[in-house]
Design a protein around this ligand. Sequence first.
Ligand code: ANZ
Ligand code: ZN
Length: 803
Amino acid sequence: MTSYNPKDIEKKWQDFWDQDQTFHAENESDKEKYYALIEFPYPSGKGLHVGHPRPYTALDIVARKRRLEGYNVLYPIGWDAFGLPTENFAIKNKIHPKIVTENNVAKFKEQLKSIGFSFDWAREVNTTDPSYYKWTQWIFLQLFKHGLAYKSEMPINWCPSCKVGLSNEEVVGGNCERCGTGVIHKVKSQWMLKITEYAQRLIDDLDDVDYVEKIKTQQKNWIGRSEGAEIKFNIKDTEDHLDVYTTRPDTIFGATYMVVAPEHPCIEKYKDRIENIDEVNDYKAEVAKKSDFERSELNKEKTGVMLKGLKAINPLNNKEMPIWISDYVLMSYGKGAIMAVPAHDERDYEFASKFNQEIVQVIQSKESDELPNVDINNGTMINSDFLDGLNVKDAIKKAIEVIEERELGHKQVNYKLRDWVFSRQRYWGEPIPLVHCDHCGWVPVDEKDLPVLLPEVESYEPTDDGESPLSKMDSWVNTTCPKCGKPAKRETDTMPQWAGSSWYFLRYTDPHNDEALASKEAINYWTPVDWYNGGMEHTTLHLLYSRFWHKFLYDIGVVPTKEPYSKRTSHGMILGNNNEKMSKSRGNVINPDDIVDEYGADTLRLYEMFIGDFEKNAPWSDDTVRGCRKFLERVWKLQEKVVDSDQYTKELESSIHKTIKKVSHDYENLKANTAIAALMSLLNEFNEYDKLTKEDLRTYLLLLNPVAPHITEEMWQTVGLDGYLNRQEWPKYDESKTIDQTVEIPVQFNGKVRYTIQASKDASKEEVVEIAKSNENYANYVGDKKIVKEIYVPGKIYNIVIK
Ligand code: ANZ
Ligand code: ZN
């Protein structure tokens, strides 16, 4: 026997799978479909990271297992290739981003192929391909035509280093998600998508999908639904009123002053009345430099300026209240103004303490009299007229009732979610397919003229005034109006990277279609995605955006389901051996190519699955890599002692059945690590015997195959098993053979013992039921009668009542 040499084996099988089209998914099949999806990579210049193969292998396991279980499996791959790093590289090295992308894709592809994933390469998509972005533009046009895309002058998050506008989701801790520079505000005219119109549905429909709980929670928190009231406060000596949003209308008798956002329009409107308008304007200028994130930080020093000369009136007790501006009130939330209740709100309390504003307690609790008291579950209303004596929850209801009765305001639901800033002033993105005509306004490009191609430009550099480089291409910008034929100008902003990834899983179902984003039949057959795995960092970005687009496509009849993904799981990161994030500067980067080269792809795959719990971060360990390689060498050696027999070795039978059960279960639950541990211990048991039957090995190879596909296919051939491993069936286990300590359990029908079964002493009710039902007598006794009741007394008796 030759020694284990992955270099020969792995290339051989990768080529075979390619030529054989082993993993090609057909759009028509008698088999049941299964759609497994991983987040398609951004082909950066750095090449594949060792973090990539972790989720890819996990779902490769599912995909390979499903094929052996007889499903028609779609496991596709493609490239999310628009975006800043490529563009920045292109600018720096003066190479067209298209060329940069091509090179990066080629490199990624080679790397992915060397790891042996069972992707259907025939369905490869690339978001920067005109035949792909034609449909991204098409979807945008539908959004536009349905009033869900609009242009708005608004203060946006602006990264001064990337010179680009960012969505809220792209700002992390007040910094640009890409480069880490502090984000500032800039007023710009931007295309916006009305994701807020879908806020409630994006929450509600989470009930219908199988997502890991923390993903659901993060999405809900991001959407940030709250219930409360909008209340009008008259501005003294005017006909005007200030509107506020509050979740605590119960505390209105404790409101002692008002705060409006520094950007609030009432300042401009009453600038002649505001005695200290210069001071106010200075403050406004200071605030403009800060991000919303900085402004909403809880424990930062409160600042503000009183609007001298303006007063508000509390509509319920007619008390006069000063009006302040402070940066802790954001223009972008609620009404951009609040009633401040210092006794029961943390920030208001800090502010009032610093600026000597009145504090009126309106909730009394038994436990403590300390202020601010923000507890809403205990306490009784005081100093609050008709609310006195109520608890907080009832007081909220009552306050809203009275406010509505007296027409001072109304109940209101609010969401933290903002509309999606959809414009980027960059080159390397999908052109927004709209034309501006002085007569007709914004006019969509004719659908038959899609795609609007990215023109060749001389420089990809964003302009200093924040316009897209496309704006300098006069010949491209100047066009005619699709509606009236007069001269008009193209939109020069491009789409954000999240556009192409919001629908790519649909394109995979029919990637070469040039008449539609995919055919109805293909979409109806393959969607929804059965299992989607991706990073937690995408929960409030890609996952939310793509759910939104999908719901829209559902509304206009393009897709048959409300939700794109039935199931969503998430993986942890692979860290450096020092437990820190891998990065060049920390010198802890591992290149997957080196691992494949030195140990083989099967070792890399096995290691990345064995490294720890899938959802958790895990540090890299060279020792464990070597351990994984040793394990495969020991598997390889099993060939030496194989004898011809289609039966399991008697002494191993129970262990094999148990291992089938455990591995099958663990693969389904992203617990490949414990599945591998079980396979390792079965190997140890194998090695207690001199001989191993072909059948023992056959099952073993099938079980190990999803993790280590090359070595198992090869051994299948070398020991002379029939055909190819990838065309076999997933092994089955016999529950009764997985049991160690068996007891005899009588099975009663309506009180009469009819037969007995063997089950483990501590088998669960489900297991006993399963064994009882698989007994040949079961059907005789049940016949077509109805089972009314089943009682299992553990280890003693199983009684079935039938009627
Ligand atoms: C009075 C009050 C009393 C409040 C009290 C809270 C506690 P969530 O739950 O996050 O929706 N608020 C409203 N608009 C704001 C804005 N534009 N900028 C900053 N803060 C704003 O928060 C709702 C609460 O946040 C509102 O309820 C309001 O303060 C504040 F004991 O009103 B509350
Ligand atoms: Zn026109």
